[in-house]
Design a binder for this molecule. Structure first.
Ligand code: AMP
Length: 534
């Protein structure tokens, strides 16, 4: 029998919304509107409107556990939905507006969304989704410049109709709070359900100084979309600690982002590498005055070169790793004090690794022989366990992704260095099998990215009559720069075994990307499947 000597206060989102409404009520929330103007509000007003949204949803018949979709850019109303939908006992289901309409419809139907909040500027997209998302009973238009066509409702009118007397449901910490679908580069996207408890614990830990380090002194710009794993949980972390939030709306080009960073004195910005590549180029062309000490969080592959380039520009990139299934934060790379002061090359290599788990996250890297040694060489699959890692998919699909002792098999291939830093070398699916040996494409990519003429590069395995597969590098050169295949091969030759080096280099205008900015290697493999090896 346990001794229940302490209070059992449920870890629900109410705790964060209460603070936002009260103690942190004055803190600003800034959003860029589609017309580029800046809208200013506060956590207090957002929380108050979120509670109205919750009551209006309950009055509209939304029941506990119902899925409510959002098809929106990053802005204050989306934050209201982040708060209000879970307060109504419903599940915040963020829909990825970059997907094909058929895919959005599949996901909305699979989740069982009953009501959807849609940005007015995204109505043309919603019109293509709607015929195949028949479960959606009600559409509410956010940011409407004119009354929406019936039966759609205007968000402001919907809020105005809320009655303070409508009771909100009692929440349990294990109730579902939100849902995201995996990006599905292979197979159908699968739903992941976050609970209040998992979200609260993830929020607490991501805000810690050695994690993403968010405090009330910060101004945070989530460039990462709110439909992509809850913008890495940053809106909740900002609201918990009282950091000012700045939302970019639909304007994600480097000039608009830099203008926001400069104008609002942003201290933390978070996004995928493609965003930072654009920002780097813009800053190199035209240096700007950004808040001193500005930090940027990068997920999804931060090549060492990018980290070095940003240091040179006076900005600091923090590399982190995560997945939809892991809420997402699972690894963060920061140089610990005992390793500070080592030579530059060492610290850059460490910072380019995906990092170490924050508190409450357990990771291990395993192959057929068991757990890999910390030699930075032997690779295996990264497995993870934490209170904010999914225990299953919403529909129970692919139970083999979980080990018998409760770890999630990430599908990422990794090594561990003597200091315990995990580095991803590849996705299991992207490994190249050459003459019975494995070649890790991401390691080649990181090395090639260090060449000054290289903007982006994808290395893929292409069928080969003798070796079964050989690596081919698809290279995008930086504007006005040149490099020959021989030069590129020589540039990385001393870093890898000879058989690892790409046999061919092709130059392309761009690399195909998924809706969340990841390289779409399936497309590249299809494109080069008939490559004629010399
Ligand atoms: P998603 O569920 O869409 O967020 O995708 C998760 C996948 O993105 C991971 O399994 C990794 O393959 C990849 N990913 C996430 N973070 C990183 C990172 N820091 N470096 C390289 N790949 C990453």
């Amino acid at each position: 029998m346990s001794e229940a000597t302490m209070m059992s206060v449920p870890l629900t989102l109410e705790r964060i919304v209460e603070r936002a409404a009260g103690r942190l009520g004055h803190v600003e929330v800034v959003s860029r509107r589609p017309d580029r103007s800046l809208h200013r509000t506060t956590y207090g007003k957002v929380a108050e409107r979120a509670r109205r949204l919750a009551r209006a949803l309950v009055a509209a018949g939304v029941k506990k556990g119902d899925r409510v979709g959002t098809l929106m850019w990053n802005h204050a109303e989306h934050l209201e939905a982040y708060f209000g939908i879970p307060l109504a006992g419903a599940v915040l289901h963020t829909l990825n507006l970059r997907l094909h309409p058929d895919e959005i419809a599949y996901i909305a139907s699979d989740a069982g969304d009953v009501l959807v909040l849609v940005d007015e500027v995204l109505l043309p997209l919603w019109e293509k989704v709607a015929p195949r998302a028949s479960g959606v009973r009600q559409v509410i238009v956010v940011g409407a410049s004119k009354p929406p066509a019936a039966p759609m409702l205007d968000y402001e009118a919907f809020l105005a109709g809320a009655d303070d007397a409508t009771p909100l449901p009692t929440l349990d910490e294990n109730d579902a709070l939100g849902s995201c679908y995996t990006s599905g580069t292979t197979g159908r996207p699968k739903g992941v359900i976050y609970t209040h408890r998992s979200t609260l614990l993830h929020t607490l830990v991501t805000a810690l100084p050695d994690s993403l380090d968010v405090s009330r002194d910060d101004t945070l710009l989530p460039v990462v979309p709110m439909f992509h794993v809850n913008a890495w949980g940053l809106p909740y972390a900002a609201a918990m600690v009282g950091a000012k939030l700045v939302f970019p709306g639909p304007h994600l080009d480097p000039t608009s982002l830099l203008e926001l960073m400069e104008g609002e004195q942003v201290t933390i910005a978070a996004g995928v590498p493609t965003i930072w590549l654009g920002i780097r180029d813009a800053l190199e062309k035209q240096p700007r005055k950004l808040a001193s000490g500005v930090r940027m969080v990068v997920g999804g592959g931060g090549a060492e070169q990018l980290i070095r380039d940003f240091d040179r520009l006076g900005l600091r990139l923090i590399h982190a790793w995560g997945m939809t299934e892991t809420s997402p934060v699972g690894l963060v790379s920061r140089v610990p004090p005992e390793l500070a002061g080592k030579p530059d090359d060492f610290t850059y290599q460490l910072r380019a690794r995906q990092g170490v788990p924050p508190p409450l996250v357990e990771v291990r890297v395993r192959n057929e022989a068991g757990e890999v040694p910390g030699d930075a060489r032997t690779s295996g699959e990264l497995q993870v366990r934490a209170p904010w890692v999914a225990a299953r998919y919403a529909d129970g699909a692919t139970p083999e992704r979980w080990t018998d002792d409760g770890f999630f098999r990430t599908g990422d291939v990794a090594t561990v260095c003597p200091h315990g830093f995990v580095a991803l070398t590849d996705r299991v699916a992207d490994l190249i099998k050459s003459g019975g040996e494995w070649i890790a494409s991401q390691q080649l990519e990181s090395a090639l990215m260090a060449h000054p003429a290289v903007q982006e590069v994808a290395v893929i395995g292409v069928p080969h009559p003798k070796w079964s597969e050989r690596p081919l590098a698809v290279v995008v050169l930086r504007q006005g720069q040149q490099a020959s295949p021989d030069e590129l091969r020589t540039f990385v030759a001393d870093k890898f075994a000879k058989f690892w080096l790409p046999d061919a280099f092709v130059f392309a205008e761009s690399i195909p990307r998924t809706s969340t900015g990841k390289m779409k290697k399936t497309d590249l493999r299809a494109q080069y499947k008939d490559w004629a090896w010399a």
